[in-house]
Design a protein around this ligand. Structure first.
Ligand SMILES: Cc1cc2nc3c(=O)[nH]c(=O)nc-3n(C[C@H](O)[C@H](O)[C@H](O)COP(=O)(O)OP(=O)(O)OC[C@H]3O[C@@H](n4cnc5c(N)ncnc54)[C@H](O)[C@@H]3O)c2cc1C
Length: 471
């Protein structure tokens, strides 16, 4: 394995040779791309083009059914880190009164991002409704080729291409494309073929599975559902208002080993519960130090984290609203939903059904079978961009313009968000926003983390565009 340390790029001038103001092309208008356009419009000084094939401001997360709730309380969802009440205040203007701890609909959040973009950025931003197919370096800048053949010249390109569709879980090869397998539950009408009494197997038991359970209820589904994942863990609930006090943050000493960190966090969580406090404070208290801890782990420690600790981390860190988990509890109590822990061993198309074989966790070798009408892939976004990144990212990875980490968590980036080339050097005019940066930051998925990165990149670009070109 090659370990490539990011080389911080100098603050190079990003001025355009013709007009002075840099021409910034943002690829992707989900949360990250739209938020960057908003921040750049506030500071001014750049010619910004946003390229997005779908509605601006939504992305996968917020172009969704009205009954899907945010997984983060409203008070933490502001687009602006320096104005934490912005989303709550905007919601009030729409007649929605919410407490800071309320989990508002994700579709409403998409409307907030779209409306903020329309008010702040749209007047000075060129929006092109298209897919970017290719990017090539040209004379110190970039040539952006759109899928329809149009070309745009750019001084700076920001890749904000977001959440790829889930990868097909190993073992399901024989049912992929069968019509009984939903590969991507985020596609519009993805669940339309599932009849009210059809049996369903969800592969994955995280937040995407909860979304699908809510969507099935909304469409009147009443058939038996099984949900399978390696450990059968469901997301844990957020701390509700009126619950026990949150435990204090745990202090991680500088230089603590991987084992020590895991031990400290685990012990602090247990001590909190024993003392009648909520463990949530321990996990939330790590928010500001998570990226630093991740950066200090060796490649071997990171792999151990991914293999052994990640499943526990995910359910404690990426929590669900209590109201959603109450729906799950009722489904389980009525026998309509069974959670299975195991590993898929194979799958076949049968008569008007599919058979899925899996090895139950802990049951040495025994293969069990589930016969269902539909299988839905709820494993969440694929992080391997060499597989899931589409022609644009796949091409940039293949040509060495971008570098993916050996664990295939995402793109390697410098602290500014500058993309790294295959040789480990940092670009001065190609940046990455969004969860593709998790190879270097680990916890870089939700709006509270993304909005800070967006604001920091806007500042960096503004400073860089003010640097006088020296030739
Ligand atoms: C189902 C789901 C629910 C979530 N819920 C929450 C939540 O409640 N709270 C929270 O804080 N976070 C949530 N998240 C995390 C989420 O990742 C972030 O909040 C945020 O939406 C990520 O925005 P993004 O712009 O980085 O990526 P995305 O929202 O995925 O947007 C990327 C955009 O890039 C476009 N694009 C891709 N390739 C190209 C190309 N070649 N050319 C042009 N455009 C392109 C896509 O069309 C898309 O619109 C959720 C994530 C998912 C998947």
């Amino acid at each position: 394995m090659t370990d490539v340390s990011p080389v911080p790029p100098p603050v190079a001038s990003l001025r355009s040779p013709s007009s002075g103001s840099p021409r910034v092309v943002i690829v992707g208008g989900g949360f990250s791309g739209s938020a960057l356009a908003v921040q750049l419009a506030r500071t001014g000084g750049a010619h910004v083009t946003l390229v997005e094939p779908n509605t601006v401001g939504r992305g996968v997360a917020y172009a969704t059914d009205p009954e899907h709730l945010l997984n983060v309380p409203a008070a933490k969802m502001s687009l602006f880190p320096d104005a934490p009440d912005d989303f709550l205040a905007w919601a009030r203007t729409q007649g929605v009164s919410a407490a800071p701890t309320t989990f508002l609909p994700r579709a409403l959040y998409g409307a907030y991002v779209a409306d903020t973009f329309a008010r702040v950025a749209a007047p000075t931003t060129r929006v092109i409704r298209a897919q970017v197919a290719r990017l090539t370096e040209e004379r110190g800048g970039w040539r952006v080729l759109l899928a329809d053949g149009e070309r745009i010249e750019a001084d700076v390109v920001v890749l904000a291409t977001g959440n790829p569709a889930p990868a097909d879980p190993p073992g399901l090869e024989r049912i992929v494309g069968s019509g009984r397998y939903v590969a991507n539950p985020w596609k519009r009408d993805a669940l339309a073929a599932i009849g009210p009494d059809d049996t369903v197997l969800l592969v994955g038991t995280g937040l995407t599975a909860l979304d699908v359970l809510v969507s099935l209820r909304t469409q009147g589904h009443r058939g038996a559902i099984r949900a399978l994942s390696r450990r059968g863990f469901l997301p844990l609930p957020h701390l509700e208002a009126g619950g026990p006090p949150a435990a204090p943050a745990v202090v991680i000493p500088e230089g603590a080993s991987f084992e020590e960190i895991v031990r400290l966090v685990h012990a602090a969580g247990r001590a909190a519960v024993t003392a009648g406090q909520a463990w949530h404070g321990v996990i939330d208290g790590l928010r500001t130090s998570t990226s630093g801890i991740w950066a200090r782990l060796t490649p071997v420690e990171r792999r151990r984290f991914l293999r052994l600790v990640r499943p526990y981390w995910e359910v404690h860190r990426h929590r669900a609203p209590g109201v959603v988990l109450e729906h799950v509890r009722r489904l389980r109590a009525s026998g309509a939903l069974e959670i299975l822990a195991g590993r898929i061993a194979g799958a076949e198309v049968a008569v008007e059904a599919v058979d899925v074989q899996y090895r139950r966790r802990g049951a040495a070798g025994a293969v069990e079978r589930v016969r269902v009408a539909h299988v839905v892939n709820t494993t969440g976004p694929d992080t391997d961009l060499a597989r899931a990144g589409g022609p644009l990212l796949q091409g940039l990875l293949a040509s060495g313009v971008l570098l993916q980490d050996p664990d295939r968590l995402g793109l390697r980036t410098a602290p500014t968000g500058a993309a790294l080339r295959a040789d480990g050097t940092a670009h001065t005019s190609l940046f990455v926003l969004g969860q593709a940066r998790r190879a270097d930051l680990w916890e870089h998925t939700a709006v509270p983390d993304l909005s800070k990165a967006v604001a920091a990149l806007a500042t960096h670009l503004t400073v860089a565009s003010l640097v006088v070109a020296t030739g």
